[in-house]
Every structure is written in C-alpha cells, then in structure tokens.
Design a protein around this ligand. Sequence first.
Ligand code: SF4
Length: 365
Amino acid sequence: MDSYKKNYKSFSNKECEYYPCHKTKDDINCLFCYCPLYQFGKKCEGNYKYIDTKNGKIKDCSACLIPHKKENYGYIIDKLNELNRFSNIKAVAMDLDHTLLSDEFETDEETMSIFPKLKEAGYKSIICTARFYAEAYYFAYKFKPDYMICDNGARIVEYKDEKEKVIFEQFLPKDIQIEIIEALEEFKDVFYVFETEDDLYINNYKHDKKYLKEALDYAYKTQKVLPKLNVHIFEDMKEIPKEKDMTRLYLMDFLENEKLQKTLSAIGEKYKDRKLVYICSFQSAYEFGILNKGDALKILIEHMGISKENIMSFGDSLADIPMLNNSGISVAMGNAKDELKAVSDYVAESVFEHGVLKFLEEKLF
Ligand code: SF4
C-alpha cells in the first residue's frame, strides 16, 4: 500500500520496445506516455513545434520532457484542471472603467481589438458596467459587444443583427424614488445624474466645473450616436421628473457633507428589506439601485442558456465582486484593490498595460 502511495505518480516501463522514447539521462515517467495536455494545442506551454506533413500541420513534442519527469505529476494535473476550466468558457464579461478604459476613459486600438477577437474565437462578449445606459451606449456603439449590462445591473441589452433589444429592466420602486429625490432637494453642492428613458439630467455643479464639463462631454458624445437622447442641465431638484421610471440614483459628494451621508444611509437602512441597494461605490460616489452586476449576470446567463462555469469576468472595483462571484473564472485587474485580488482566481496586468487583452491572448485565443 505504501509503495502504491509512493509510486502512483510515476512508473518507468523499461520493458517497452520504445523506452527511452526521449533523450534524457533520467528515468522517463511513462504514466503520461500520451501527454494529456496535447489536446490543448498551443496553450499547453510545453516545448513543441508544428511541423508540416502531407496531412497538414501536426504538433511535434519530441523535444518536450514535461510529462515525462517524475516531479511534474502535480504540474500536469493542475494544468489539466486549469485548461479544462478555460475550455468551459463561452462568454467574457468585462467592466468598463479601469478595466477596459484607463484614466482617459477612452478607447484605443488594442482595447477595441478585444471584441472582434472574441467573436472570431467563438466567444460572446459582455460589457458589464455601473454606468448609466446613456453613457454606456457610447462604448457599446464603439465596441459592438453581444450584450451589455449597464445601470449597475438594472438594465441588460442584447445586440444582434445590428439591432439593440432591452432584455431586462428593473426600475426603482416609485415611492422610494420620490422620497429620495425629495430628501436630496436641500443638498445643492452635490453632483447629480438622473436618467429616465430618453433623458439625462445633470445638475449645473458649480463646485467642480471640470468634472461637470467631462460629464457633459460624454453626454454630448453619446448624443451624437444616440440622437434620441435629451441632455438637460438642471439648477433645481424640482426640475427632475421624479415620477418617471429610473433604474438608479447617482450622486457625488466631493465636499463630504456629513448631513447628506447620514440622510443617505438612513434611507438605505429604512428600505433594506425591500432590496434597495445603497452603496458607496468609490471615493465620494453614492447610489441607490435594486440590483448589482452579479444579479444581472445571473439573469443574462439564464437568458443565454449557459451556466456560471461558462463565464469569465474581469473587474477592478469592489462593485465588481458580485459579477466575479457569479463567474466560472474571475480575474482582477493589476490595478484593482488587494481585497478584490484576494477573491479572484487570477490577477491580470493593469488596465494601463492592456491587462484584459494580454490575459485573453495568453489563456483563451
Ligand atoms: S508533451 Fe509537452 S509540448 Fe507536447 S502537449 Fe505535452 S506539454 Fe505540450
């Protein structure tokens, strides 16, 4: 029994007429006589070359000793498990800001190339962002994904045959929405964004004109590709049509107003039983919504007729954790917080080094 324990990881079949089948001074482990990693082609990471034969190209492993070294049993099993996990992947979900888009929040050739490459390799692409539809639409227009989860999970859009179809929408309960908007009326020095079906409302935020300009630049850029979008700059909360359907409420409190923060958390607490999600997503950004990216990904997975194991996702912020948790393979960006890296299966290079593209090229393409 003890010798079995010691030897199940390797044996040398010296009686074999081909033994030793590779040139080496060590004993050859014949357990993996036929390398189990062969089926993974170029992704096996061994020492192979492709040679031309009359039947086409074949992979020549004659210079590779990886499966034949006694100490490599664990490596082969781990690699096999890893490659099997990756071979399950059918769709890739990617956050936008600081995952696909760096500080300039713009697209570049490398990032743009991810989407046609995924399509060519037979994978579905999913943008999964907290951004409002009106902002996210601009990137969907450029990247042309198969699906987009936006409004932090409250809206799912499908892109098929050059047509866009909303396949899921979750609006805030009207009574809660009205109560929050009315409660915010007294707080003027805050940056607000409200979105209704075809309208985007941004307040004339005087404290940081640069921030306001950036937000408006985006809105106008989107308007160019989405002409039905109306952009409003409002002065008073009373101008907001608080009865209209909204997926989420978003604000940035750069001045860290204590009274406002208390008001927000009191509303979050009051309605937590009605699944109202109140989060401080980053720095001074606060929002109310009903779903998160992970809930939406579950809905989309069901719509696509696939399972969690078929999804690989990339994210950088703590708001991405529900999405990563609902994926077969989770990848944190190199620029992500350590807390996110700790709960992810892999860490890619940072967004500044095109981490998503590099990871996909190494593991999937
Ligand atoms: S023998 Fe080496 S090169 Fe060939 S499939 Fe196995 S690991 Fe890859």
